[in-house]
Write a protein that binds this ligand. Structure first.
Ligand code: PMP
Length: 419
């Protein structure tokens, strides 16, 4: 490398140093090589393991109709569209997909991005700029923070899920105001107090954006996500979602008014200056949306949320800490257990050792540490799928609770209220 300064910086970077040490180490939870990815049982490094670390919540990523949708689009349009949406990259499949997304969400319009990350970057930076304010939950996804920086608006973060803190920030905001929250927080699987947030947006003339990456296709009466589940979908100005999780494909979108969507078509740099998503991803997404909107979608949603409740209650009954401090009850007062169940361990090294013991017993979960979660909040992120069997879940409960017990981390088992 010709820049000695850059080379020195890389060699002294703590994160790169830790990565190099860790990837040589047997306990390493990152970059494990998958030989199959989507089913409830996958091949990781030559061994069959129960996959509880995938965002394939609805089990659509390898669903025959979704694979067929991908294949049909691949055959028809080829491997890629080799161009930006603005120029030669818009195909009729984009137009169909955008019309179907708008119809599903009951909005005037929708716009498809190549990834969910780019959807967030493009959406936020197209809507606010210098002199405006973007108010963000402190637990919001990294792409939302990157988007805020790209927008050059003033950034105000409020403490996770605390509406009084949100109001404090709103009362001191200037210019056009955009409030951005996740519909479902991707690490702890907790829900925001969306009804109160929407009311504050109304009070302070702020637009509201909800990132439904982990909830679209999984939650809400029509499975469009948490805003719909809380009955306030019409109060959300920017409804962002991903194809890459519940919908089993790849890509991102925003559904909203014609004004909002046109702002993105004309100002979102991550829409204009990148190659449109590959046709296979669009074809898969279209098939997955149709499935999500069918009775099979409803049935799969029931199964994944039932599986989540079963695993959560089983682990809690065994004394494993699966708590989220900030989960918001539904309007009927019940607590929703999402498809993401956190196993809180807190200490990094212990969490890594626990991860490895669980892995060695044939179970793949995700290990999460700072900056994915707060400092000192290391955890295992356990994700359910519609196709997990009770037998697989029983084995998971048994393995995780025994490993946690072996580290002296079991709490006194509490009776779990079933709602
Ligand atoms: N928002 C949230 C809340 C996410 O968790 C993610 C990805 N994990 C994204 C946006 C980005 O989506 P994609 O992976 O489709 O780029």
């Amino acid at each position: 490398m010709s820049s000695q300064k850059m080379l020195d910086r890389i060699r002294h970077d703590k994160r790169i140093w830790a990565h190099r040490v860790l990837t040589k180490h047997d306990q390493n939870p990152f970059f494990r090589v998958m030989r199959s990815v989507n089913a409830p049982i996958v091949d990781v490094e030559g061994q069959q393991r129960i996959m509880l670390g995938s965002n394939n919540y609805m089990g659509l990523a390898d669903h025959p109709l979704v694979v067929e949708g991908a294949r049909t689009a691949l055959d028809k349009y080829g491997a890629t569209v080799t161009g930006s949406r603005l120029l030669n990259g818009t195909i009729d499949l984009h137009m169909e997909l955008e019309a179907e997304l708008a119809d599903w969400h009951g909005t005037e319009a929708a716009i498809v991005f190549t990834t969910g990350y780019q959807a967030n970057l493009g959406a936020i930076s197209a809507l606010v700029g210098v002199g405006d304010t973007v108010v963000v939950d402190s637990g919001a996804h990294a792409s939302i923070y990157d988007a805020c920086r790209l927008s050059r608006a003033n950034i105000r973060a409020f403490r996770h899920n605390q509406v009084d803190k949100l109001e404090e920030k709103l009362s001191r905001s200037e210019g056009a105001i955009l409030v951005v929250v996740d519909g479902l927080y991707s690490m702890h699987g907790d829900l925001p107090p969306l009804v109160e947030i929407a009311a504050l947006c109304e009070k302070y003339d702020a637009a509201l954006m909800v990132d439904e990456a982990h909830s679209v296709a999984v939650m809400g009466p029509q499975l469009t996500g948490v805003a719909e589940m809380f009955g306030i979908a019409d109060d959300v100005d920017v409804r962002m979602g991903c194809f890459s999780k519940g919908l089993g494909s790849s890509g991102g979108f925003v559904a909203g008014s014609t004004d909002i969507v046109d702002a993105m078509r004309c100002h979102a740099r991550t829409f204009m200056f990148t190659t449109a998503g590959v046709p296979a991803a669009l074809g898969a997404a279209q098939a997955a949306i149709r499935l999500a909107r069918s009775s099979e979608g409803q049935e799969r949603s029931r199964r994944v949320l039932g599986n989540a409740r079963y695993l959560h209650d089983g682990l809690a009954a065994a004394g494993v800490d699966v708590g989220t401090e900030s989960n918001t009850p539904l309007p009927d007062g019940t607590e929703m257990i999402s498809a993401i169940v956190p196993v809180n361990i807190r200490d990094d090294l212990k969490a890594m050792n626990i991860w490895k013991e669980v892995y060695d017993q044939g179970i793949f979960v995700s290990y999460a540490t700072f900056p994915a979660v707060a400092q000192g909040a290391a955890m295992l992120r356990v994700c359910l799928q519609a196709d997990h069997t009770t037998e697989q879940l029983d084995r998971t409960i048994d393995v995780i609770s025994k490993v946690i017990a072996g580290h002296g981390l079991l709490r006194q088992a509490e009776p779990v209220s079933v709602s």
